[in-house]
Design a protein around this ligand. Structure first.
Ligand code: ADP
Ligand code: SF4
Length: 680
């Protein structure tokens, strides 16, 4: 029978290779890199198993002069780096999927902290990341060397078995792009000046790669066609267009996006599905070669129309493939309601930026495929289907109940409120966060299909209630509440005046108890909440001042690539910002701020203060039940999620899944996961 999504499953030729379908996992970083090759191979292999037609590496450094340490990316500096990458290729090939590799020389983006050789650039220029050193201006010999390193890396990639080999000119992360950009390239030789000259290096890299490996491997180009900075950069109507026109038929595939990374991987708070289409749609009008685009597509309808409208040939995805490695298979099997849709929070990105293994809010198994043997679709069934009571229906309780149900346990999930979802149900009402509701929706959809899981909303439980149910196995997922006293990341004692009447917490705001007039939002939490409350209150007519002890507003959102957008939005709304200031006291009519370095004091009038500080675990129920465990009235008792230790949603979901997998395990010595030791 004809399926309306059939078009997505058509094979597509890419030069000498054939992709089995149109699902294309574009290169994406993951914090595993060269350091954890087994974990990396298993993670990529799972995506191939889930039906992605092409699965690519992250950026892979071609030479030690492109050393991105402390970030953990791929490496192909020499022959010894082939075997680890081969593991990934084999894992991917096992499922009939093509393996792609993104070869990169990072130019001034690579600080070379490990290799200690001078970074390279089209001219002498500062390296990224405020490091106090500069690149060496590349001479002709350097350019010849670069071409040789790239060619050698392509040959190694071919030996590793890669089907698609990239020349990378995207994200402002690579030399080929640095040469393209007028603002970096001031050369007067044949590699600078006219666009023709600035494109020369990229053209040569493509030609070299085709000549070296093009007989068996496809040669792809990843190009940023717009940087969203106007005429100072590449634009899709200007040089982005002209570069594609010049090189149109040279590569076997065009993988096009907008730059830099915060634009390419913009969060759902700022852009919705398909946001890149207006920038990339021109590419297919200039080339007969297949085109890959991204735009956080999770809806098969949007994917089909993107192909039918001629915007792209492949649905490229990083985040949707992380949140649901089995997305293609679910579409193929007509199980679209089972797709675990990405919520666009960028917690996955934090893994790379903090140089730790990737994690995902929606998919707790991401990054854990090898070290814990976790699989996004399969979980070990229980041999002894016991009955379990889960108290609290936030992300951790929902995930724990779902995963226990999947394992075959009989689960009763009780939730105090009428609505399931805990903090997510409330936070999804904040400006821009509506997609976060998918954390609840996916879990409830799965649970509704399980006879063995019953859900009882509007059922607050006391310790006595729990004991009266006579459940022998109890999981407590009762969450956390925002503190009222101003204790946060930098204040360890309550802020004097915190108990005055005009003091609010995020829980008040989430419950729609809003202040009015001149409101000071004091953010000593540093993730999204303070900035979102400032944005919300400003939209509701308050005159908002936001104060934070950190040097940037919403400091931690640097790791989710959102910080600049958040600050820009707050500034556009007229929010007054005080960074590096502590709130030291609140008097009835004024409050006092102190500069964190100089201690210089500022006094401000106010009508209300919102204190965004630490959260207190709501572990009363757990503590009240512990004696019952000790007296063996209850056989097992576990506290998870925010009730155990207040955390981000991703970690609460992980905690729920972990508790479900460990339910019938006896604890053992050592780490509960495999470690990739360095062989000596
Ligand atoms: P987490 O992120 O750990 O899942 P949340 O705060 O999002 O935590 O969710 C905790 C949920 O537990 C909330 O929906 C809350 O209403 C519920 N809850 C808290 N205490 C009880 C209780 N005693 N009985 C039932 N539900 C409770
Ligand atoms: Fe999507 Fe968030 Fe998962 Fe990243 S962490 S894939 S943005 S749900």
């Amino acid at each position: 029978m004809e399926n309306r999504y059939d078009i997505l499953f058509q094979p597509v030729r890419i030069g000498p290779v054939l992709a089995p379908n149109r699902f294309y996992q574009v290169p994406h970083c993951n914090g595993l890199g060269y350091r954890m090759p087994r974990a990396l191979a298993a993670m990529r292999g799972i995506k191939a198993e889930g039906g992605w037609g092409v699965v690519c590496t992250e950026e892979v450094e071609i030479h030690h002069s492109s050393d991105l340490m402390p970030n953990l990316e791929g490496r192909l500096w020499g022959d010894r780096d082939i075997a680890p990458l081969q593991m990934m290729v084999e894992a991917v090939h096992q499922h009939g999927t093509l393996a792609g590799i993104e070869l990169t020389h990072s130019g001034h983006h690579a600080p070379n902290l490990y290799s200690r050789v001078p970074p390279l650039g089209p001219r002498s220029m500062g390296v990224s990341g405020y490091h106090p050193w500069q690149t060496r201006r590349m001479d002709k010999e350097d350019i010849r060397n670069l071409r040789r390193w790239h060619r050698d890396a392509a040959l190694r990639a071919k030996r590793a078995g890669f089907d698609i080999i990239y020349c990378y000119a995207g994200h402002n992360f690579c030399l080929a792009m640095h040469f393209l950009l007028r603002r970096y390239n001031d050369r007067s030789d044949e590699y600078g000046g006219s666009l023709e000259n600035r494109v020369r290096l990229l053209r040569e890299l493509i030609e070299d790669t085709k000549e070296a490996v093009g007989d068996t491997s496809a040669v792809a180009v990843r190009l940023a066609v717009d940087e969203l900075i106007g005429e100072d950069g590449i634009t899709h109507q200007g040089e982005g267009h002209d570069i594609v026109a010049m090189l149109a038929e040279l590569p076997d595939l065009w993988d096009v996006n907008i730059s830099d990374w915060p634009n390419d991987s913009v969060t759902s708070r700022f852009e919705k599905e398909g946001y890149q289409e207006p920038y990339i749609a021109f590419v297919k009008t200039l080339t007969s070669k297949p085109v890959v685009g991204v735009g956080r597509y999770t809806s098969p309808e949007s994917m089909v129309t993107a192909i039918q409208r001629g915007v792209m040939d492949f649905i490229g995805a990083a985040r949707p493939s992380i949140a649901d490695p089995f997305l293609p298979q679910k579409i193929k099997q007509g199980r679209t309601e089972d797709i675990r849709e990405c919520i666009g929070c960028n917690i996955c990105v934090t893994g790379d930026l903090l140089s730790v293994p990737i994690r995902c809010t929606q998919n707790p198994t991401m990054g854990e495929e090898w070290r814990r043997d976790w699989h996004p679709e399969i979980i070990t069934p229980t041999k002894e289907p016991k009955e379990v009571l889960v108290v609290g229906g936030g992300p951790s309780g929902l995930e724990c109940a779902r995963a226990l149900g999947q394992r075959g346990y009989s689960v009763v999930l009780v939730e105090a409120r009428k609505e399931l979802g805990g903090r997510v149900a409330l936070e999804a009402n904040l400006p821009g966060l509506s997609e976060w509701r998918r954390v609840i929706d996916w879990r409830l959809t799965q649970i509704q299909e399980m006879d063995q899981v019953s859900v009882y909303p509007a059922s607050p439980m006391s310790a006595k209630d729990v004991q009266e149910t006579a459940y022998a196995h109890v999981v407590i997922a009762t969450g956390a509440l925002w503190g009222r006293d101003g204790v946060g990341r930098t204040h360890w004692r309550p802020i004097p005046g915190y108990d005055l009447p005009a003091i609010f917490t995020p829980d008040d705001i989430l419950a729609d108890r809003l202040p009015m007039g001149q409101v000071l939002v004091y953010d000593d939490d540093h993730y999204y909440m303070g900035g979102l409350i400032a944005e919300l209150l400003s939209s509701r007519g308050c005159v908002v001042t936001m104060v934070t002890p950190a040097p940037l507003v919403s400091y931690w959102t640097q790791y989710t690539l959102e910080q600049e957008r958040i600050q820009r939005r707050l500034m556009a709304k007229g929010v007054t910002l005080f960074t590096q200031h502590s709130l030291t006291s609140i008097q009835p009519d004024r409050l006092t701020l102190s500069h964190t370095i100089s201690n210089f004091e500022t006094s401000l009038p106010y009508d209300a203060v919102v204190l965004v500080g630490a959260r207190a675990p709501n572990d009363e129920l757990y503590l009240a039940l512990k004696p019952a465990l000790e007296k063996k009235i209850i056989s097992t008792l576990r506290v998870i999620g925010d009730a155990e230790a207040p955390t981000i949603i991703a970690q609460a979901v992980f905690s729920g899944y972990l508790a479900a997998t460990e339910f019938d395990k006896t604890s053992s010595e050592g780490t509960p996961f495999r470690i990739e030791y360095v062989e000596v």
